[in-house]
Design a binder for this molecule. Sequence first.
Ligand code: RUQ
Ligand code: CUA
Length: 636
Amino acid sequence: MKTSYCASLTLLASLLTGTAFFAGCSDSGSSATQASSQNKGSAAERTYVAPGEKDEYYLFYSGGHSGQVFVAGLPSMRHLITIPVFAPSPGTGYGFDDESREMLGDFTWGDVHHPGLSKTDGMYDGRWLFVNDNANNRVARIDLRDFKTKQILGPIPNSSGNHGSSFVTENSEYLLVGTRFSVPLPMGRFAPVEDYADEFNGMVSGLKVDPESGDLSVGWQIITPPFNWDLGSTGKGPSSGWAFWTSYNTEMAHTKLEANASQRDRDYAAFVNWRAAEAAVKDGKADMLDGVPVIDPAKVPGVLYYVPIGKSPHGIDVDPSGRWIAASGKLQPTTTVFDFEKVQAAIDNKEFQAEFRGVPVLNYDVIVEGEVPVGLGPLHTQYDGKGNAYTSLYIESAVAKWKLPPWTDAEKANLEFTVLDKIGVHYNIGHLVIGGSDTRAPYGDWLVAMNKLSKGRHLSVGPSQPESSQLIDITGRKMEMVYESFTDPEPHFAQILKADMIQPIEVYPKAESNNPNAVWSLSDATYTREPGKVTAKVAAVRSQFGPDKITAEVGDTVVLHITNVEQTTDIIHGFAISGYDLNVIIDPGETKSVTFKADKVGVFPFYCTNFCSALHQEMQGYLEVKPASVTTASVD
Ligand code: RUQ
Ligand code: CUA
């Protein structure tokens, strides 16, 4: 049965696209997976960015369990930089200086899934990129002025498994977060896993974004049954003020989820009126739990509704108009389209089919617009702003292009007519991204397929295979594959931003420096020792450090404030101490501090790690650590 379905899909897709089609069910590595030669020239032209020229778009990939964010250019797909977020990075010195070390706290990694760009009036405003950490319940803010991580918030209270974020509201009022896992609350309380359904809870959180600084703080939370909240998105237009999450475990299974969380034909999605939640908190309708106002949705009607979605759904995506919401069930070959206007009417008319723990379940039949037969294993949907939707098909290893409502009567009678095109990807796609899909006006020209498996479509690199991303031109009636690239593990989702939206700085202007420990010339560099502590204000300038000898006694705390005095693009200095496991990187005009214990006697060379000048190799000095002198009482 499976084979014949795949075979017929293959045939159908071949007919539709006029090209060879590679479903996940075939494991083809044949030459037919290469672009046909007549397409190669035109594809190369569309993706070629000549030396000295620049890409039109930024592609911000989540780095998955690398804990980082990858930045590439589009359409070249060239990797530009990796922005360290949740894990140290010696290449940028992140996680070595005092400030970034404090942000990371005791964690050494994170699991970044969903980057979200800040928005104003439902459009990207180029200010910040937010990312989630599925592993340790955190979110982070990257400033697009300098592409640096400025804040890590978390662990978020009362939460376990921050997979369902970062979803940014229309005017960046909130980052909305749903928990993947559920645990007994308050955190740290024990209850046996067997009591999962009664003792465990999930949470939806509104993290407030300061409109000036972008600073994140925990605003409020809504306590939920232990449903395993999955992907989400935020509303706009008619659905303004709302947010949506799927869940894959309405069964509330706590063991063998693969089977036990796949029992029901439909799981409940959460439709959250976040403006109502905000108002309820203001009206004192929340109870404090671990310092956060927590709303019980059974006691505050109107903040939460459940919506049945088949079957074990994953992605849920709001279209640019804000009216259509597409949700895909991993275990059924359709994407369900809801009409938010009907959702609103159903709420007004109390068209509920059931209630779960005091929360109404909306009547599926009155809010659904249709179930579009997109194909096998549908996950996520993106929009081109021209009335089309694109759904990733994990099992089929393909992207389906289909037409959004309003549909003609003929289309309504047979929704297969709304499926316009299908293209094979290699292999097993997870997310896909179209620039601006979550805004009012998508760019609608490129689609990037983020595939989970690359299966040797590259020079062999041994068993640790890279991830594959494929670039698809969606400007024509038919989708066209034009390029592919490979990355470290592992992009989940991405955001695309038009490059001319932002003008990042390339040096930190000296005039803006308000660091009291900055020194701007070798003659201002200082070095002092009091008992137990050495403090140095170090100037780094092509091609020397001042001072270039720092003397401590064993046991001293050493505090170095290092200023890169350069005001020239790309003149970056490093400061590494041999044998002290330490490498600080200082960008032009930046001052970084590092504190460590001089716990080994000896002479330890320090040197600049970033090639900065013809005499870069000469940019070095010595840390002398003397044995303790008998007279120094305070050495500990
Ligand atoms: S998930 S492959 Cu972590 Cu975004 Cu859908
Ligand atoms: Cu400074 Cu190399």
